[in-house]
Design a protein around this ligand. Structure first.
Ligand code: CMC
Length: 470
């Protein structure tokens, strides 16, 4: 059977639906894929009532397939993740992030010479325009690095008007050379933008990229080099971060990746689409979760406070951050690898005290019926934050460390989307429950409806309100 396309027996199975509003019966073919069977919801539109087609209602896309993809495969019940058919465990053990990015974006592992060329192209694009670098320096001293990263990516769009579909023509991304160039630029420059955001935070000049270090090594170099003549990050730390980058590179249609496709559907340039996706990733239910896990572990603070915390979670006062997943209803395969890396990192950095709390929390949660019944297991973010902490990253850098590798997945989906014959502007429908048609009433004749208009006030504003105004 063809694993990548629809199965041949597409028409063999179908759904028979009778609409009891009209008595009409239709047959809808059931398509089969490796992941799940599905129907095309547009076919339900054949069922019309009072001139309106039948639609499906699915807030949060709990049960909706919105595209056909060949990039990654997840079996949430079995805890399986594959990039282009290769298991995440094998890639984490044998590959590098740059090779994985090639695999995701181009569909196959590179040959030796292709890998060399790919590395060269990315290395050439590690330099960012000095205006972008200058712009980054103008952020406030305490600006969140994700805010800097997102804004810089969006700003870089203005540096390349000649490849912006809004300015250079809608079909510009049909040109493969132009698509490839944007991939090299974005993937190549991301560690530079990310390390600049970190250097701003610590009040140091931005470092220039190294001429022949690997992708991850160069990132660590740009983060940390001071005035040493030679600065080489520890190889075990480089490898640990490399594996974390591999694990975070792609995860099919998560919130941010779906957003890349959503934004690209409008024809917007890829820099703006990537900035928008990074915005989605920043949220605490998505890529911001590792930051939220750390804050949660710090708040718990001591093993003795865990039972009360678990009680608060079960009383729905709190969420156990780093637990649960929309797709995995089993142990996230990435979380298992991250847990192993944690111990490899501790061998070099010394043990991070919060790991004790994390392990105990996991132990209690995995044996508690509340979590068992809901199939809540640790996800990739549960232990990654503890590693980042042990490696000395400030908490607000965590989502940045997630964004760098995930850009590989976003670019893979963007490239796939450009060649997708089914691509169309994303435009969901709504279930309107507002007022029926009514007339505009002049202000003098309106009655007042109680609407809450207060907003929060700072102490300064309250002080100002006590002043005599003239
Ligand atoms: N702690 C406590 N209860 C939870 C949690 C949690 N972390 N996650 C889900 N539940 C409960 C939820 O209250 C619900 O209970 P009930 O059926 O009694 O109402 C049940 O489990 C099912 O949850 P759900 O909200 O239907 O699950 P979802 O698929 O909509 O949400 C999630 C998935 C990741 C948003 C959610 O599990 C969550 O908020 N987790 C914490 C944040 C987190 O770790 N996010 C990182 C996700 S992995 C990284 C990534 O891919 O971005």
């Amino acid at each position: 059977m063809n694993r990548l396309g629809l199965y041949a027996n597409q028409l063999a199975h179908h759904l028979t639906i009778t609409d009891n509003r009209t008595g009409k019966t239709i047959e809808i073919p059931i398509s089969t894929s490796r992941e799940s069977d599905f129907i095309h919801s547009i076919k339900l539109g054949q069922l019309q009532f009072q001139g309106q087609p039948l639609r499906v209602y699915d807030p949060g896309y709990m049960n909706t397939i919105c595209c056909t993809s060949k990039i990654s495969y997840i079996d949430g019940d079995k805890g399986i993740l594959e990039y282009r058919g290769i298991s995440i465990e094998e890639l984490a053990e044998k590959s590098t992030f740059v090779e994985v990015a090639y695999l995701l974006i181009n569909g196959e592992l590179p040959s030796k010479s292709q890998l060399q060329e790919w590395n060269e192209k990315l290395r050439k694009h590690t330099f960012i325009h000095t205006d972008a670098s200058q712009m980054m320096k103008s952020f406030r001293y305490d600006a969140h690095p994700m805010g800097m990263l997102i804004s810089t990516l969006a700003a870089i769009s203005t540096f390349h008007p000649e490849v912006n579909p809004a300015l250079a023509g809608e079909g510009i991304y049909k040109n493969q050379d132009i698509v490839n160039k944007q991939i090299y630029r974005i993937l190549g420059s991301l560690p530079t933008i990310a390390s600049n955001s970190f250097r701003n935070r610590i009040g140091r000049e931005h470092n220039m990229p190294h001429e022949n270090m690997s992708y991850v090594e160069n990132f660590l170099y740009m983060l940390d080099k001071l005035n040493e003549k030679e600065y080489k990050p520890h190889p075990k730390i480089t490898r640990a971060l490399e594996v974390l980058f591999i694990l975070h590179a792609e995860h099919e249609l998560n919130c941010s990746t779906a957003f890349v496709r959503h934004l690209s559907s409008s024809g917007v340039d890829i820099y703006t689409a990537i900035a928008g996706a990074a915005g989605a990733l920043y949220g605490p239910k998505h890529g911001g979760a590792n930051e939220a896990v750390l804050r949660m572990l710090e708040e718990i603070g001591d093993l003795k406070n865990i039972p009360q915390f678990i009680k608060d979670v079960k009383d729905r006062k709190k969420l156990l951050m780093g637990f649960g997943h929309r797709v995995y209803k089993n142990y996230d395969p990435r979380a298992k690898i991250v847990k192993q890396i944690a111990y490899q990192v501790f061998e070099i950095t010394g043990k991070e005290s919060l790991i004790e709390i994390a392990i105990e929390l996991e132990k209690i949660a995995l044996s508690d019926p509340y979590f068992i019944q809901r199939k809540l297991y640790p996800n990739v973010d549960f232990y990654s934050g503890v590693i980042y902490r042990a490696l000395g990253f400030p908490t607000d850098m965590f989502p940045v460390l997630f964004t760098i590798p995930r850009v590989a997945g976003w670019l893979a989906h963007w490239k796939e989307y450009q060649n997708d014959k089914e691509n169309n502007i994303v435009r969901p429908r709504q279930n309107y429950i507002g007022p029926e048609k009514r007339n505009y009433i002049p202000v003098e004749q309106r009655k007042e409806f109680p609407i809450y208009l207060e907003s929060n006030k700072s102490s300064r504003q309250k002080r100002r309100e006590t002043a005599t105004l003239s």
